[in-house]
Design a protein around this ligand. Structure first.
Ligand code: KIV
Length: 264
């Protein structure tokens, strides 16, 4: 059994071979995603909203992520698996190391993801120095929803856009091996992707980046309420879960997703 690894993901960026990533939280979906050609599964703290029915991602615990990550790992053989670090599970470096170690050792994740800009650089350094690969997350940070006052597009003005580029470079220099960029204008994503050597995965961030990620239940039209503008109901077009996921993979790889309608 050999899973996709960071070397191959970096090669994919260099070869302009787009990375197809989705969230998943259980073994059955993990298997379906792998069969459909998904490269990376994120066990996102979005599970708080789509699995647990919470109003935000904030109540999700490290134990929750470990439980779901184990199931995702059991259901797959080849995909690269990333585990989200929940709200306040990396509030200081000691906590970050202890909790990331649990996500890797107990959850079976190959990488952890954490939200935040340059302020997280020393945490990223501490984790990577201990052999824990880190995916940074910039743009809209759902764990800061109460501070920013809602789920809004970030980096629209020149100053915040410039700060985001500097944050991305700082996090890469600190050792981050991947970046998720959420809800930012497509032109900003293109600049960040050009500035970095690590893969940049967009969600609501346009098409000029190294790959795409969506919340699985959003792209299957299962999440109650209004679907985010940047997502798309692939199940409505295709009729089966398997073909919906396959279509997503094909559209990400060909650059057909996202269209202009799903970008800012
Ligand atoms: O938790 C999650 O699913 C995420 C994605 C929105 C990138 O962080």
């Amino acid at each position: 059994m050999s899973r996709l690894n960071l070397t191959r993901l970096r090669q994919m960026k260099a070869e302009q071979n787009k990375i197809a990533m989705l969230t998943a939280y259980d073994a059955s979906f993990s298997h379906v995603l792998e069969q459909a050609g998904v490269d990376v599964i994120l066990v996102g703290d979005s599970l708080g909203m789509v699995i647990q029915g919470q109003e935000s991602t904030l109540p999700v615990t490290v134990d929750d992520i470990i439980y779901h990550c184990r199931n995702v790992v059991r259901g797959s053989e080849k995909v690269f698996v990333i585990a989200d670090m929940p709200f306040m599970s990396y509030a200081n470096e000691g906590q970050a190391i202890a909790n990331a170690a649990r996500l890797m050792a107990e959850g079976g994740a190959q990488m952890v993801k954490l939200e935040g800009g340059a302020v997280m650089a020393s945490t990223v350094e501490q984790l990577t120095a201990r052999g824990i690969p880190v995916c940074a997350h910039l743009g809209l940070l759902p764990q800061s929803v109460h501070r920013v006052g809602g789920y809004r597009v970030q980096g629209r003005d020149a100053e915040t856009a410039e700060q985001l580029i500097l944050d991305a470079i700082t996090l890469q220099d600190a050792g981050a091996d991947m970046l998720v960029l959420e809800c930012v204008p497509a032109v900003l994503t293109a600049k960040v992707t050009k500035a970095l050597t690590i893969p940049v995965i967009g969600i609501g961030a346009g098409s000029i980046c190294d790959g795409q990620v969506l919340v699985l239940y959003d792209m299957l039209g299962l999440t109650p309420g209004k679907r985010p503008r940047f997502s798309y109901d692939f199940l409505a077009d295709t009729g089966t879960i398997q073909s919906a996921i396959s279509k997503y993979v094909a559209d990400v790889k060909s650059g057909e997703f996202p269209t202009l309608e799903q970008q800012f």
